[in-house]
Design a binder for this molecule. Structure first.
Ligand SMILES: [Fe+2]
Length: 136
């Protein structure tokens, strides 16, 4: 599962590792680490979208915010942890992450690759024009 932006792919891989590490004896510290990393990852992804002028940035931001709200709600509704609740959280996180990456992040990855290709073409054309005018 890759969107072909190496930093984003690496961060997402790490997110899945943290979800996998969610286990009853270490659940609270893993959740803390996971939530910190989600914030870092979302911020990095959003910064890249904003910097590159991604047209669907606002909608994407909303998806990240909805996710954070759902996780907060899940964590606040109850305090005690048991095996079942940990499994439920893992299932939710895996399902959300896979669905989000395969649809929305992938859409950004494709747009980003096209934009980079267009910019490379534009800059190589301007270099050609530049060297041509020098030759005159
Ligand atoms: Fe995203």
């Amino acid at each position: 599962m890759k969107i072909n932006i190496s930093q984003i792919d690496d961060e997402q891989r790490h997110l899945f590792t943290l979800v996998k590490a969610l286990d009853l004896p270490v659940v609270e510290q893993t959740i803390e680490e996971l939530l910190d990393y989600v914030v870092t990852h979302f911020s990095n992804e959003q910064a890249l979208m904003e910097r590159s002028g991604y047209p669907a940035f606002e909608q994407h931001l909303k998806l990240h915010e909805d996710f954070s709200a759902q996780v907060t709600e899940f964590l606040w509704c109850e305090e005690l942890w048991n095996e079942e609740r940990v499994q439920k959280l893992r299932r939710f996180l895996n399902k959300w992450l896979i669905g989000h990456i395969m649809t929305h992040d992938l859409r950004f990855g494709r747009w980003y690759a096209e934009r980079r290709a267009a910019m490379r073409l534009a800059s190589s054309q301007s270099r050609c024009i530049g060297s041509f005018s020098h030759a005159r």
